[in-house]
Design a protein around this ligand. Structure first.
Ligand code: PNS
Length: 199
């Protein structure tokens, strides 16, 4: 695998194309020998049913799915890493090949350490595409042996984001059916509706 990676980084596109059949054969042999491990990275601040839908659909396709919470997004997350990990663990407890972990630093370095060959990302709308494409291409440049796999968000969740859920909760709106009940409870605790905060 790593030899393939080196060849691709130093070689030109043409050489890569000519090598494609051999790579596919190598890939097939590797997949027989190695467990297929995918990493699903994200901020998960907090996990929504959109994330869980993706996790449930990807888990049967791989031997192990590692949901990896970014430790310091440079943003100011509402929940600590430990809280985000715990909410994910509770929400995905019914899936035996799903593990929840956290990471910092480069995603591809984490994926390499965990022996992953796949990165999973969800796409909701065309507006997600540009950012996801940039990340996937940069990750491929950094680690050509790791593939990014995109899955379309379930149509029922294509409008859903952690940011919007937090906004709706903070304004006293209803988010049932968008996040698991235990996540909703944590959100209500952390973000009481603005009207009651001013009392
Ligand atoms: O849920 P998010 O916030 O869209 O997830 C973004 C995430 C965690 C996938 C991305 O920020 C990331 O991979 N960060 C790790 C740092 C890294 O590897 N940066 C280079 C990626 S091209």
């Amino acid at each position: 695998m790593y030899q393939r990676a080196r060849g691709r980084v130093s070689g030109c596109g043409r050489a890569y194309n000519e090598e494609a059949p051999r790579r596919r054969e190598e890939g097939a042999r590797v997949s027989e020998a190695r467990p297929r491990i995918a990493v699903y990275p994200g901020s998960f601040d907090p996990v929504t049913y959109g994330h869980l839908d993706l996790i449930e659909r990807c888990a049967p396709l791989v031997d192990r799915l590692i949901v990896a919470v970014l430790r310091n997004a440079g943003k100011q997350p509402l929940f600590t890493t430990e809280e985000r990990v715990e909410m994910l663990r509770q929400s995905a407890a019914h899936l035996s090949n799903v593990e929840v972990d956290s990471f910092d630093g480069l995603l591809v370095e984490y994926a390499r350490r965990r022996g992953a060959c796949l990165l999973l990302r969800g796409i909701r709308a065309i507006s997600d595409y540009e950012y996801e494409l940039q990340m996937a291409l940069m990750n491929r440049r950094l680690a050509p042996e790791i593939e990014t796999m995109f899955m379309m968000a379930g149509e029922a969740f294509s409008f859903l984001s952690s940011r919007l859920v937090k906004e709706v909760i903070a304004l006293g709106g209803d988010v049932s059916g968008l996040v698991p009940p235990q996540v909703e409870a944590k959100l209500r605790e952390r973000l009481p509706p603005r009207s009651s905060r001013h009392k």
